[in-house]
Each structure stands twice: as structure tokens, then as C-alpha cells.
Design a protein around this ligand. Structure first.
Ligand code: PNS
Length: 160
């Protein structure tokens, strides 16, 4: 049984994330989407909001579970008996950070391996931060996030 973790901030989940979830779910027996608040970023959505949005958009993929975690990714991976971490690469600029994180994680846990998936071409421009900025100005995010969560994201910025 191969358990994979796809960790991230998902603030909010985008079509690019969903594409990676669908593709990586085919490579492992169980895919755990690990949601956390990255300490380097100020989140707009709570962890529970992010979790329920991902659950909503992945409900038809049977081997996907969504969990909130805190602390080190390697500790979460150990608890979940995961052998592989999955991350997406949109551009060369992502690579430096991802490589450093991977090397650090492998330093902490030698048995943990990594799969990097290149983002599908149509999503290479996409990021959660771009979605947040566009939504904050009430722009059209319908080509950026899954249809099921458009209202939820827009609603967040109506309240602000
Ligand atoms: O979507 P993001 O914000 O790029 O995801 C980054 C994330 C959550 C994968 C990364 O910040 C992380 O793994 N955080 C957990 C803390 C940790 O393990 N840090 C040590 C590795 S640098």
C-alpha cells in the first residue's frame, strides 16, 4: 500500500491543485491532501474552510482523504505511514524552494521520497495568491478555481 501526501496551504484550492490531486491519486493507493497554515503566509481561509472546500471538489475521487495538520511534514508523514510526498512545479522559480524543502525533509526522514509533477500547461500561471487578489477586487475567478467553490471564495470577500 503506497500512501502519498500532497501538502500545501490551499488558500484556496485552485484548478491547478485539483489537476495535481487527480493525477497523483492515480499513482498511489491512498492520497492524503495535507492542509496546513504555512507560517510564512497570512491565511484568508481557516484550515477547516480549506479542508471542506477540498473535500467538496474531491468527493468523487475515492482514494483521496483530506486532513489538517500542524508541525513538521515529516512527522505527519510518519503518523500517516506515508512513503512519498507529492508537490507541483509550475516554473523553474518554484524549483529552488521545492528542492531545499525536499532535501531538508529527506535529512529529517531518509525513508521519505518525493514526486514532483509539472503543472499542466493551462495552470502554470495559476496560484492561490492570484486567486485571492482577483477575488478581492471582485474579478472573475471562474477559470481558476473549481466550480463548486466559486461562491464560497467570492462570499469571503463580500464579508471583508
Ligand atoms: O502551499 P505551500 O504554502 O507552498 O506549502 C508549503 C508546505 C506546507 C508544504 C511547507 O511549508 C511545509 O511542509 N510546512 C510544514 C513545516 C515543515 O515541515 N517544515 C520543514 C520543511 S522546510
Amino acid at each position: 500500500m503506497v500512501v502519498g501526501i500532497y501538502p500545501g496551504s490551499f488558500d484556496p484550492v485552485t484548478l491547478g491543485h485539483l489537476d495535481l490531486i487527480k493525477r497523483s491519486a492515480k499513482m498511489v493507493d491512498t492520497l492524503i491532501v495535507g492542509v496546513l497554515n504555512n507560517k510564512k503566509k497570512v491565511p484568508v481561509f481557516t484550515e477547516e474552510e480549506k479542508k471542506s472546500m477540498i473535500e467538496l471538489v474531491t468527493k468523487d475521487i475515492p482514494n483521496v482523504q483530506v486532513e489538517v495538520f500542524e508541525g513538521l511534514l515529516v512527522d505527519f508523514a510518519r503518523i500517516k505511514k506515508a512513503g512519498v510526498i507529492i508537490r507541483g512545479l509550475r516554473a523553474v522559480s518554484d524549483f529552488e524552494y521545492e528542492l531545499q524543502m525536499t532535501q531538508l525533509n529527506r535529512q529529517l526522514e531518509k525513508s521519505l521520497d518525493n514526486i514532483f509533477l509539472t503543472a499542466s500547461l493551462e495552470y502554470t500561471y495559476l496560484s492561490s495568491s492570484a486567486v485571492r487578489e482577483i477575488a478581492s477586487y471582485h474579478g472573475d475567478i471562474s477559470s481558476m478555481v473549481p466550480a463548486q467553490i466559486i461562491d464560497l471564495v467570492e462570499e469571503k470577500y463580500k464579508k471583508k
